[in-house]
Design a protein around this ligand. Structure first.
Ligand SMILES: Cc1ncc(COP(=O)(O)O)c(C=O)c1O
Length: 413
């Protein structure tokens, strides 16, 4: 171990954790209310805390840890790359970035990638690209059709592309240029296009994650794509949460028969290393040129080595099929054990599963933690399970065994 200094405040944090209390470190801006636990290490789908207790991770760092924790292939790819070169900037050719772009193109059927560092940044690239596309087509004030309950990130433009007024509050003035319609409502999208000739793009998530695990029917996505094509507007999919085999296909759009013009990725792509990507094809392919956009870190050798290792493992282990198999199994178990008043619906695709309750249930997160299970609650009433894609059926059954009594006790209380 290195010469780690445990300050008095860190000791205070450890005491607060032991007492199960909320703790805010005085030198951290308190943007996140943290659960009373700190993990020292992980292995596969398990995380271990400072006291050696283990937790089944069905959150995966919010749909990020595709291969679970300490996957040897990811660890060795990252350490090998770190030992050679971590960062050089995009002033130079980066072979490992080219390799990743080639791999993403092969897997998605799209053409080119721009690499960023997060989901919000990938979406910022997409929003800028849509505006540039609009300008190029004579739209002086280009607009983007976005969805109610959408979530695209926390930067200014993505905050207003999203539909959550609670997280926008206090950060005005709003970013202009978005026309909002009900999620996946083809007629409403068509009306928005009719009413706004300046629309340059439609942006949506194939399954709304933060908005409450709402899947779009593949046939509806087909219709939206046809509409976009017929009106010469870009179809832009935010696959930050759904991408990288989570829903049972490498990309969620592959459940339908379309290829989007723009797709954004992040989360699962780096398996825990921060990388985002904005992929383009068809009419979006030549919108950006030299100087249109940029990033110091985006797609540096380290994160690209990680993403290559993740995608290689996803393909070699066919984690998309595993997501379908284990995901369907979990949904079936949950349906049979949770057909009780208070549980409204169990839904999702692959290993992106939501359990909707009839009441706000944020306490479930803490109750599950106490039971040794990590998960999240989104949109107040939806328990979200997005475990590592390497989870086995047996591990998933253990998760269900831990979760069901937590939910039943919560509903009884
Ligand atoms: C669909 C979607 N888009 C964008 C984001 C933002 O990603 P990041 O937090 O990496 O900026 C998220 C994060 O939850 C997301 O779920």
């Amino acid at each position: 171990m290195s010469s780690e200094v445990v300050s008095q405040t860190q000791a205070e944090r450890a005491r607060a954790i032991a007492a199960g209390e909320t703790f805010f470190h005085p030198n951290l801006i308190p943007t996140h209310k943290r659960l009373p636990v700190a993990f020292t290490h992980g292995k596969g789908v398990w995380l271990f805390d400072e006291g050696g207790r283990r937790y089944l991770d069905m959150l995966a760092g919010i749909a990020v840890d595709t291969l679970g924790h300490a996957d040897p292939r990811l660890v060795s790819a990252v350490s090998e790359q770190a030992g050679r070169v971590i960062h050089v900037s995009n002033n130079f050719h980066i072979p490992v970035q080219e390799q990743l772009a080639e791999r993403l193109a092969r897997l998605s059927g799209m053409e080119k990638a721009f690499f960023a560092n997060s989901g919000a940044e990938a979406n910022e690239a997409a929003i800028k690209l849509a505006r540039a596309y609009g300008h190029r087509n004579g739209k002086v004030v280009p607009q983007i059709v976005v969805m109610e309950k959408a979530f695209h990130g926390r930067t200014l433009a993505t905050l207003w592309a999203g539909g959550n007024t609670k997280i926008q509050a206090g950060f005005g003035p709003p970013v202009d240029g978005f026309v909002r319609v009900p999620f996946g409502n083809v007629e409403a999208i068509e009306q928005a296009l009719d009413a706004n000739p300046s629309v340059a793009a439609i942006l949506l998530e194939p399954i709304q994650g933060e908005g409450g695990l709402h899947p779009l029917e593949p046939a509806v996505l087909d219709r939206i794509a046809r509409l976009a094509r017929s009106r010469n507007v870009l179809l832009m999919l935010d696959e930050v949460q759904t991408g990288i085999a989570r829903t049972g296909k490498i990309f969620a759009f592959q459940h339908s028969s379309i290829v989007p013009d723009v797709m954004t990725l992040a989360k699962g792509l780096g398996g825990g290393l921060p990388i985002g990507a904005c992929l383009v094809s068809g009419p979006a392919v030549d919108v950006f040129g030299v100087g249109s956009h940029g990033s110091t870190y985006g797609g540096n050798p380290l994160v690209c080595a990680a993403a290559n290792a993740v995608l290689q493992a996803v393909e070699e282990d066919d984690l998309a099929s595993r997501a379908v198999d284990v995901g369907n199994h979990v949904q079936a178990l949950l349906r049979s054990r949770l057909s009780v008043p208070g549980v409204v619906e169990i839904r999702g695709r692959g290993l992106m599963i939501g359990i909707e309750l009839d009441r706000p249930c944020s306490e479930i997160v803490r109750l599950s933690l106490d039971a040794g299970l990590l998960l999240s609650v989104t949109a107040e009433r939806i328990i979200r399970l997005v475990p590592p894609l390497t989870i086995t059926r047996e591990e998933a059954e253990q998760g269900v065994d831990l979760l069901v009594p937590v939910i039943l006790n919560f509903l009884r209380a």
